[in-house]
Design a protein around this ligand. Sequence first.
Ligand SMILES: [Zn+2]
Length: 438
Amino acid sequence: MSEIRLHDTLAREKRAFAPADPARVTMYVCGPTVYNRAHIGNARPAVVFDVLARLLRHVYGETSLVYARNVTDVDDKIIEAARAEGVEPAVVTRCYEDFYLADMGALGVRPPDLAPKATETVAEMVAMIARLVATGHAYEADGHVLFHVPSDPDYGALGRRDREAMIAGARVEVASYKQDPADFVLWKPSPPEMIGWDSPWGRGRPGWHIECSAMIATHLGTTIDIHGGGLDLIFPHHENEIAQSRCAHEGAPLARYWVHNGFLSMAGGEKMSKSLGNVVTVGELLEQGHKGETLRLALLSAHYRQPLEWSEALIAQSKATLDRLYRTGGAAEAGEVDAGVLDALADDLNTPLALSRLGALQDPAALKASAALLGLLGQDPQSWFQGAGDARIDALVATRAEAKQARDFGEADRIRAELAAEGVVLEDGPNGTIWRRA
Ligand SMILES: [Zn+2]
C-alpha cells in the first residue's frame, strides 16, 4: 500500500496520512453557495478533491471513503438573488444546484457520497448552537446568537493571524450587541416575510460557519480525517468551524488533516473577480466548445497548493496533451496502475509530476488505468476525437469500413483522400478506425 502524504495547513508541513479507521476514511469539503453559475476558479477544489477521493479509494478500497460536500442553500446572497428575481429562495437554489452538478459532472467530478443541504440540517445546527450557549461559548444578543471568541483560548491556530488582522480580515461590522469585535454570528433573526426557522432565540436563520460544523458532526462524526477547501476559506470560515466544533465537543478536534487548494488567477496574475469583469464560468467554457476533460486537465496542470494561471494557451496545451494520451491509451482495456504515477499522487497530490509520468507511459493498459486515477481518458477515443456536428464524417468512416470489408480498396482510399482534403486524418487500429482533425 503506498503511503499518502498530505500537506496539513494546521501543522504547516507534509505529514504521512493515517486515517483513524482505514475502513471508514472521512473527508469533508465546503461546497457551493448555490445562487450563480460556478466559475472556473470554483471548479478547482471540486476537481482537486475529486482526485484525492479517487486516490483514497484506490489505496483504502472502493467503499472505504465517506466523502461529504455540503450545499449552502440558505444565505443572504441567495435571499438577495431570489428577491431580485421575485421568486422563492428554493427556486434559485434548485436551479443553481442543478447547474453546479451538471458543470462539475462535465469536468469528470464524481458526485460526493453525501451532499447535505443546509436547509435540511437546521435542527442539528440549532442543537449545536444551544450546546455552545449552555457551555458559555455563545450568547444571545439582540435576536442574534454569537460565538464568543475569547471563550476559546486556541482560536486562530489554523491561520495564525494576530487578533487585529483577524478582526480586520473578517470584515464584519462591529455591531453594538457584540461583546467582542471578533465574535461571529451563529444565528440571526429573520423578519416574517423572509426564510426562517423557529428556534429558542426566535424565528431566524443560521450563519454560514455553523452549517459545516453541524453537518460534519451529523454525517461524518466528531473528528474527521480530512477537511478541505480553498485557501480563501482558512479565515474566517475554517477558523470558526474549528472553534465551534471543538467547543461543542469538549475539546475534540474537528479534523486531523486540513488541506487547502490555491487560487486560480487570470493571465497576468489578476484575480478572477466580478468587479474586474474577468469571471469565466465553466458553462461559458463548455459553450465555447472546450471539452470538460480538457478543462479538468488544465486545472490539474499545476500543483493544487500553487496558484494556477488560467489562459487560452493552457487550454490548448491541455487539449493537445489529451489528444496524445487518447491516441496511445484511449482504446485500451485498463491494466495495472503505474507505480510512478501513483507515487506522484500519493506525495501530496503532485499532479504535474503524475501527468508527466503519465505522458511517458508506453503501455496503453497502464496508461488507461493510471489516467483513471486522475479522472482522465474516461471516454473512448472515437467520442473524444469527434466534436459536435461530425455525423457526416462518422458516416463516411462507416462507409469506408464497409468498403474495406467488401475489399473495395479503391473506394476506401477515395474516402480517406476526401477526408484528408478537409484536414481529417484517419487512424486504423485493432478496435476500428478513429479520426481526428489534423
Ligand atoms: Zn465549510
